[in-house]
Structure formats: structure tokens, C-alpha cells
Design a protein around this ligand. Structure first.
Ligand code: IMP
Length: 207
């Protein structure tokens, strides 16, 4: 893997950026945020994959117009509550912005069914191709918000298989062992490792 390979992650979310940097650094990939003036307009769809694919197409056209770096990455994630048949899902950003974690906890006050799943789809563009990697993480919504690390719903989410701490009580490295993003990034690493190529090399086996 070329130490200098850079992936431009089209995101304004510093938490996502930092997690991707940590996960891909050990693999010799440098992740940088690609900043541009306007947010990419997300399409309305109940399918994360569809949203990520649309975002990637838009991101690639913007990045190509302003940079000669070829590795482009986007991500779309959602928080799916069992009690509400998966809601907020693709509306997670809006619900988090309006209700916040305390509001979510209030709606689940007295509710025993506290299961939740994080899902994410990472889309990456290289060598003129778009490839997608999915990750999910099952867990429970905590009774109280706990921890200061991470972002978004991290203080109210306890992953299955952990020691009862929320994501926000874990280090970024610990979170990635369980998290939707950690799993999708691992699939991305495995994909390129299997092909022994970097996302920006020109000798890929895909056509
Ligand atoms: P989006 O992919 O940025 O649209 O994410 C949707 C919502 O889920 C936002 O409110 C994010 O903050 C939240 N979210 C995405 N990934 C995570 C995570 O790993 N932990 C906590 N919240 C997350």
C-alpha cells in the first residue's frame, strides 16, 4: 500500500472523519476531509444505500472539478429503533437535531423494548468505479446519556457484546471494534488488501 495514498472523505462530520482516519491509517491510507462551500443535497429515500450512491455520484463530480486526487469517499448512516419499527432510520440527522438524545430518551421513558441498530453505507470511488461497503451494529438504548466521546447518538447507545458502556464512554478505537462504521471500514480495507491495491492506484483488477 502506498503510504501517500489519500482518500478525500466528503463529510462535514469531524467524528466520522476521525474514525475513518484512525481505521485507515494503519492500512497506509491517508484520509482527508474534502471541504466545499455547499452541503451535498441528500435525496429522500428509505434506503441508505440509495442515499449513499446518490451522494457519491454528486461528490465525485464536485471533487473531480476541483481536485486531481482520485480517491473519493462518502458515508450515510442511520439509527434504527426497534420500538418504532426502524424510525428514525434515514431521518436520524433531523431527529437528532430536533429532539436530541434527551428527547429520544423521553420518548422511550418506561419502554422495555430498547433495541436499536446503527447502519451505515460507505461509498468509495476509484479508477472510475464506485464500490459500497455496509456495516451494522446492534445494541440497546441506555436509560441515561453517558460519556463524552464520539458524536450524535453515541451517549445513548450500548452495543451488544460490550461491557455495558455506551459508545461515548469508549475510545474511538474501542468503538470501532463494534461499530457499524468500524465494520464497513474493515470491509473496505479487506477489499483492497485482497486485491493488493490502493484506492488511487491505476492497476486495479476491477473493470
Ligand atoms: P448522517 O450519515 O450524517 O446523515 O447521520 C445520521 C445521523 O446519525 C446523524 O445525526 C449522526 O450524528 C448520527 N450518527 C451517524 N453515525 C453515528 C455514530 O457512529 N454514532 C452516533 N451517531 C451517529
Amino acid at each position: 500500500m502506498d503510504e501517500k495514498t489519500t482518500i478525500l472523505f466528503v463529510t462535514s462530520n469531524l467524528g466520522k472523519l476521525s474514525e475513518a482516519k484512525i481505521a485507515l491509517k494503519q492500512f497506509g491510507l491517508n484520509v482527508e476531509a474534502f471541504q466545499f462551500n455547499e452541503e451535498i443535497q441528500e435525496i429522500q429515500s428509505s434506503d441508505l444505500h440509495f442515499v449513499a450512491a446518490d451522494k457519491l455520484t454528486k461528490a465525485v463530480s464536485i471533487v473531480k472539478a476541483s481536485s486531481d486526487k482520485l480517491g473519493v469517499m462518502v458515508e450515510d448512516a442511520g439509527f434504527f429503533l426497534e420500538e418504532y419499527s426502524g424510525f428514525p432510520g434515514v431521518y436520524s440527522a433531523y431527529v437528532h437535531k430536533t429532539l436530541g438524545n434527551q428527547g429520544i430518551l423521553r420518548t422511550l421513558n418506561g419502554v422495555e423494548k430498547r433495541g436499536a441498530i446503527f447502519r451505515c453505507v460507505i461509498g468509495i470511488y476509484f479508477n472510475g468505479r464506485e464500490i459500497f461497503f455496509e456495516g451494522s451494529c446492534k445494541g440497546q438504548v441506555s436509560k441515561k446519556a453517558k460519556g463524552k466521546n464520539g458524536f450524535g447518538y453515541d451517549p445513548i447507545f450500548i452495543p451488544d457484546g460490550g461491557d455495558g458502556r455506551t459508545f461515548a464512554e469508549m475510545t474511538s478505537e474501542e468503538k470501532q471494534i463494534f461499530s457499524h462504521r468500524g465494520k464497513a471500514l474493515k470491509k473496505l480495507r479487506d477489499y483492497f488488501e485482497e486485491r493488493n491495491q490502493s484506492p488511487t492506484s491505476n492497476h486495479g483488477s476491477e473493470s
